[in-house]
Write a protein that binds this ligand. Sequence first.
Ligand code: ASP
Ligand code: MG
Length: 409
Amino acid sequence: MALVVQKYGGTSVGSIEKIKAVAKRAIEYQQEGNQVVVVLSAMAGQTDSLIRLAGEMAPSPDPRELDVLISTGEQVSVALFAMAAKAMGYDACSLLGFQAAIHTDDAYGRARVHDIETERIMMELEKGRIVAVAGFQGLDEHGDITTLGRGGSDTTAVALAAALKADICEIFTDVDGVYTTDPNICPKARKLDVISYDEMLEMASLGAKVLMIRSVEFAKKFGVAIHVRSTFSRERGTMVVAETKDMEKVLVSGVAYNKNEARITIRKLPDRPGIASQIFDPVFKAGIIVDMIIQNTSEDGLTDLTFTVSKSDFHKTMELVSGIAGSIGAEKVMGDEDIAKVSIIGVGMRSHAGVANKMFAALARENINIMMISTSEIKISCIIEEKYTELAVRVLHDAFGLESEARQE
Ligand code: ASP
Ligand code: MG
C-alpha cells in the first residue's frame, strides 16, 4: 500500500463545489489502495481577507495574535473537506497543526518546521480514514499557534511527506505544472516533465511562483519527490526531483524574469579597504536584501559601485546609501527603478561552454542593452531596461530552443 500526501491550494478549494470535487478525488486515490493524507490551503482569498481584518484592528497587529487569526482559514477548509468525504460515505478526519504535532520555532508569520510526530496521523490512517491536515500552521514550544509564511501549505505538505516517508507528495494547483517560462508572456512556453530541485529553486526565487521556495529546500534536504499538477485535469504535471546525469544534456531548462528589482549606483567613491563594508553595513542592518553587486576597477583611486535591491526597498536604500556616500566623499548616488532581471537556468551549464555568449548574442540581436551580469553554476542573469522584459524572455526562449523537448547542443 502506498502512502500519498496531496496538497490542494486555495483555488482548488475555493468553493463548496470545489471542496466536494477534491474530496472525491482523494477518495478515488484511497479506493485505488493508497493511504491518503491531504493538506489544504484556506479557500481562495481567505488569508488575504483575514490579514485585511487584522489591519483594520491595528496598523501592525501583534504577531502572535495575527497567526491565531490567519491560521483559521485552513481550519475551515479541512473541516469542510472531512464533512464532504463523510457525506459521500467515506471516513475522514480533520487535524489542525497542533493535533498533527507539527512543531515549529516561534518566528510568528514565518516559522520553520522542526519536526513532526506522526503517531496521530498514522493512527487515523490505520483506521481507514483520509486525514485532512490544515496547511500553513504549526505549534511552537510555548504551545502557541504559528504560521509558516505565505504559501506555507506547500511546506506543510513536503514536511509531512518527509516525516511520514510518503511515496509521493503531490501538489495540486491551478496550473498544470512548471513551465519553461511564463506562458502569459511567451506563448511557446512548454510544460516540463521533470526539473531538479536546484533549477526549481532558481526558477522560484526568480519569480516563477508555483511552489513556495522553502518547500523546495525542504524537499531537497529530505529527498521528497514532488509532483506539481493540476487539480482540474488528470494529466501528469512536472516532477521536481534530485538531479540525474541525464538532466545535464539540456543546456537551459527555463527562462525566468523579475521586474521587482531596482538599481543603485554610487559614482566615484574612494577605492580603499573598508568602503564596501561602510556602505552595506546599514543596508544589511535594516534587513534589506541586496541581490547583485558589481564594482568597477578603479581609476585614480576612485571606483563605481552598482547593486540591486527589491523595488520595495529602493527608497529606503537610497536614503541610507546617500547619507554614507556623502560622508565618504563619493561624487553622487544614482537610482533606477525601471529595470528587470532576466535569467536562464539549467544544470547543463555546468558542463557546457558558450551558454553565456549565446544569451548575450540573442539580446544583442534585439538591441537590448545589458546593464549588469551575474552568474552562478546553473544560472546567468542580466539586468536590462524593464520595458524589454517580455521581448527578452521570448528571444531567449527561442535562442535555446525551449519550445521543443529535443536535446540542445
Ligand atoms: N493560506 C496561506 C496563504 O494564502 C497558505 C497557503 O495557501 O499555502 O498564503
Ligand atoms: Mg500556493
